[in-house]
Design a protein around this ligand. Structure first.
Ligand code: FES
Ligand SMILES: [Fe+2]
Length: 420
């Protein structure tokens, strides 16, 4: 038997190591660790275009309060704080075209650049006019969404940041949901790309009621351009755990899983794949890119999630599904989306994710083998902003010298038992 003195002189005992809380902070990934309010100098989707009207709309983005307003068909974004006494401009109204007036004393700001251009209660010769300005933010509209550039640098073209398949000119139908959720955006992004949870957490979701999901997989991560992909090496539908028992997601009412492995979706090989999706040649069906964009390719549609940082404790979930359909098929997509998919997939299924993100409490954390997906994401965060002026161009597709495969790092942190 080992005395306490002997144990301390030889380092922590086996029991101490087993019950240790593990990694207590994220300082191994300094950029990721510092990104509690998200990464700077990116475009973020903040609201559906149809929701932004002449009525000022407050939003919170990366710890800042902004007001959105549509004027003359264009959307503008200003800092939502009057410079006079700090009243939210979103409580005000538009008194003159191209401006927004504070509700308190009528300080009136120009929408294009935020400059104070009139003060209603100080007369036409108000000396403070033209001397102060609230911050204004670059705004674009794309995919039926309003995008705001958050950062201090010059904005890169939004189209270079959007998933390439959505800017290639192929028509598609889109349906989605925007929801403010509790939990830091990083936990939501990691949940989205997490290899382990879907097969177990979502087994009870209505969206997967008739589809068998695997019990466990072996995966590795590949980086292609600015995206990292989870690539399935092995898919196991059943498992026997030594001394514990057997477990499977199979049920008599669920479709039988396919004999061979699969590449798209998380359930099984599809008889038919959309040619646009199949033609992308992605190495895996789940991919993630900065500043927190998840892309899940299914045989007939692609699902995207943007985790937009609001403040330290909240993020805005922007989820949408795209189908490359036109004409009557497009109408059929909208019918199915509004009648079922919105509730089953972007509702019940996604609510399970929201629930877990709310309940996640880390660090500390003890990662396990499938969490190599999370480690790859944190390493991607450390690579920096691929759109910044000093960055090497990181394409949306394969770089000229082919994909880089996630491999061992000399001294990088690892998940316990993670395949390297
Ligand atoms: S606080 Fe806005 S005008 Fe006075
Ligand atoms: Fe999930």
């Amino acid at each position: 038997m080992t005395s306490p003195d002997t144990a301390s002189s030889q380092g922590p005992s086996r029991d101490d190591r087993r019950t240790s809380p593990g990694r207590t902070d994220w300082t191994s990934w300094p950029a990721y660790d510092a990104a509690e309010l998200g990464f700077s100098d990116y475009w973020y989707p903040v609201q559906w275009s149809s929701q932004v009207t002449k009525r000022p709309l407050p939003i919170t983005l990366r710890g800042e309060r902004l007001v959105l307003l549509r004027d003359g068909g264009r959307v503008y974004a200003l800092n939502d704080r009057c410079l006079h006494r700090g009243v939210p401009l979103s409580l005000g109204r538009q008194e003159f075209p191209g401006t927004l007036s504070c509700p308190y004393h009528g300080w009136t700001y120009r929408l294009t650049d935020g400059e104070l251009c009139a003060v209603i209660t100080d007369g036409p010769d108000s000396p403070i006019c033209g001397k102060v300005a609230v911050r204004s933010y670059p705004v674009e509209e794309r995919l039926g969404l309003v995008w705001v550039f958050s950062g201090t640098g010059d904005p890169h073209p939004l189209d270079t940041q959007l998933p390439g398949e959505l800017t290639a000119g192929t028509p598609f139908a889109i349906g989605g949901r925007i929801e403010d959720r509790r939990g830091n955006w990083r936990l939501a992004a990691e949940n989205g790309f997490d290899e382990g949870h879907a097969k177990y957490l979502h087994r009870t979701s209505l969206w997967r009621l008739f589809k068998t999901m695997p019990t466990w997989n072996r995966t590795h991560i590949e980086q292609v351009g600015r995206w990292i992909y989870r690539v399935q090496d092995e898919v196991h539908w059943d498992a026997t755990f030594p001394g514990v028992g057997t477990w499977s997601n199979r049920r008599w009412w669920k479709q039988r899983p396919p004999e061979q492995s699969f590449t798209l979706g998380n359930t099984g090989a599809a008889k038919k794949q959309d040619p646009v999706i199949a033609g992308q040649g992605w190495p895996g069906f789940a991919s993630l890119s900065l500043p927190g964009v998840l892309r899940i390719a299914y045989p007939q549609f692609i699902h995207y999630e943007f985790y937009v940082p609001m403040d330290r404790a909240r993020h805005r979930y922007v989820g949408f599904m795209v189908q490359f359909k036109t004409g009557l098929q497009r109408t059929w997509f909208f019918t199915r989306y509004l009648g079922a998919i919105r509730w089953l997939f972007h509702g019940n299924f996604s609510d399970q994710d929201a629930w877990m993100v709310e309940e996640t409490d880390c660090p500390p954390e003890r990662l396990y083998r499938p969490d190599s997906s999370l480690l790859a994401w944190r390493r991607l965060c450390e690579q920096g902003n691929p759109f910044s002026a000093s960055a090497e161009p990181a394409g949306d597709g394969a770089p000229a010298d082919g994909p880089t495969v996630d491999g061992p790092t000399a001294d990088g942190p690892t998940a316990d038992g993670a395949e390297r």
